[in-house]
Write a protein that binds this ligand. Structure first.
Ligand code: HSE
Length: 430
């Protein structure tokens, strides 16, 4: 049996504690699979005195987190602090520079600095692993990067944020209010430290950025993603979507069209019984279209202590086994600068909810604006009768150019009769 692999953990939040628990509870099977013991030797976090529900007395407490990178006894630095800059980024850079393997769950860091860090890992002959950064407990990175390595991909898309999927599912099932359900997601440890990252789509975009890089061999480019969150969705949208046969899902979609790639994160309507429509609660799903494998779908819990810790430890086991794969599946210097598709030039069917004054001529004005933008109405619903008051009108629209749709919405929004920001969502027949 080889020497134990020695691990230092920086960050003892939900996931950090989960990693210690799984390494302890499943030590036997992990040792058998890794071919050696995996030992936590050092830990670091902001507060030493905080009660985390487990005994940390056996580990060397490192006051200055940065010192984990140069700790004499540490082979693998597990970074679970989070954030694309600051302590986490400094620690990961320094660990790689000091020839320590790094395992992280930090999608923001990989999305923003993945190319530079991949180069650093290669130059120093160590691994940079981040399975837990995307889709929590589902091994999507390993599956796409290794299991499906023989395929050319046409698309990768999915439900990449457990908090949003949980909120949308619970709102639909229980009729509860958005922010009330968000509090539960925070309590269960699903949400980011700043939950705005979840509900504004930023967390899903970090993950999509990473998947795009692996699937298409391009440098991660977070700024190339068009991002929209779920905060504008209300119970009317959820009810109408259901009535029309759809679920509302925050989707991340990366698609290759000829030599260009489109990347978008936004709430969409998907058919209730489609692969994405059936994914509920905190579950994530990632779907790929490969030329030989066709369309595998991976699903599982996308957030929370145990699923995320499971992925962190899978990476540690790979390092213990001596498995070494380039960070994004290809040598860093061969990653290309992608050519990105202008989302405005894409076409889709749309759902549009308006809150307008119930008075003569309003629907005629809306139809005229849509006609001017060459947008054809597929269906329209106005329930209730409240002359002079605000009522919801919901339209579904035939395939339209995105830029025309945005132009129409911006003109409609300025009508005197329009009393709220319109809610526009793509309808995806995925
Ligand atoms: N906040 C994230 C989510 C956690 O809800 O999916 C996993 O990255």
């Amino acid at each position: 049996m080889s020497e134990p692999l020695k691990v230092g953990i920086a960050g003892l939040g939900t996931v950090g504690i989960g990693v210690i628990k799984i390494l302890t509870q499943n030590a036997d099977i992990i040792e058998q699979r890794a071919g050696r013991k995996i030992e936590v030797v050092a830990v670091s976090a902001r507060s030493k005195s905080k009660d985390r529900g487990i005994d940390l007395g056996a580990y060397d407490w490192v006051d200055n987190t940065a010192d984990i990178a140069t700790h004499d006894n540490v082979d693998v630095v597990v970074e679970l602090i989070g954030g694309s800059e600051g302590t986490a980024a400094d620690l990961v850079r320094s660990s790689l520079d000091n020839a320590r393997h790094v395992v992280t769950a930090n999608k923001a860091l990989i999305a923003h600095h993945g190319f530079e860090l991949a180069q650093k890992a290669e130059n120093n002959g160590v691994c940079l692993m981040y399975e837990a950064a995307v889709a929590g407990g589902i091994p999507v990175i390993k599956t796409i990067r290794e299991g499906l390595a023989a395929n050319k991909f046409r698309a990768v898309y999915g439900i990449l944020n457990g908090t949003c999927n949980y909120i949308l599912s619970v709102m639909r099932e229980s009729g509860r209010d958005f922010y009330d359900v968000l509090k539960d997601a925070q309590k269960f440890g699903y949400a980011e430290a700043d939950p705005a990252f979840d509900i504004e789509g930023v967390d899903a975009a970090h993950k999509l950025c990473i998947l795009t890089s692996i699937a298409f061999g391009v440098k991660p480019d977070f700024d190339a993603i068009k991002v929209q969150g779920i905060a504008q969705i209300n119970s009317t949208d959820i009810a109408y979507a259901t009535e029309f046969g759809y679920r509302i899902k925050l989707l991340g979609v990366a698609r290759k069209i000829e030599d260009k790639i489109m990347q978008v994160v936004e709430p969409c309507l998907v058919p209730i019984d489609s692969p994405m429509g059936i994914i509920e609660d905190v579950y994530n799903a990632v779907y790929v279209e490969g030329d030989f494998v066709e369309t595998p779908l991976m699903t599982g819990k996308g957030a929370g202590e145990r699923p995320t810790a499971s992925s962190v430890v899978a990476d540690i086991i790979d390092i213990a086994r001596g498995v070494s794969v380039p960070t994004f599946g290809v040598p860093a210097n061969s990653l290309k600068d992608a050519k990105w598709i202008d989302i405005g030039e894409t076409n889709a069917r749309y759902y549009l909810r308006l809150a307008v004054i119930d008075k003569p001529g309003v629907v005629a004005d809306i139809s005229a604006i849509l006609k001017d933008q060459e947008i054809s109405i597929e269906g329209m619903v106005q329930r209730g009768h409240d002359p002079g008051q605000c009522v919801p009108i919901v339209l579904t629209l035939h395939n339209a150019r995105h830029v025309n749709m945005l132009r129409a919405v911006s003109i409609i929004k300025d009508l005197d009769a329009c009393k709220e920001k319109p809610c526009l969502m793509r309808i995806e027949e995925l």
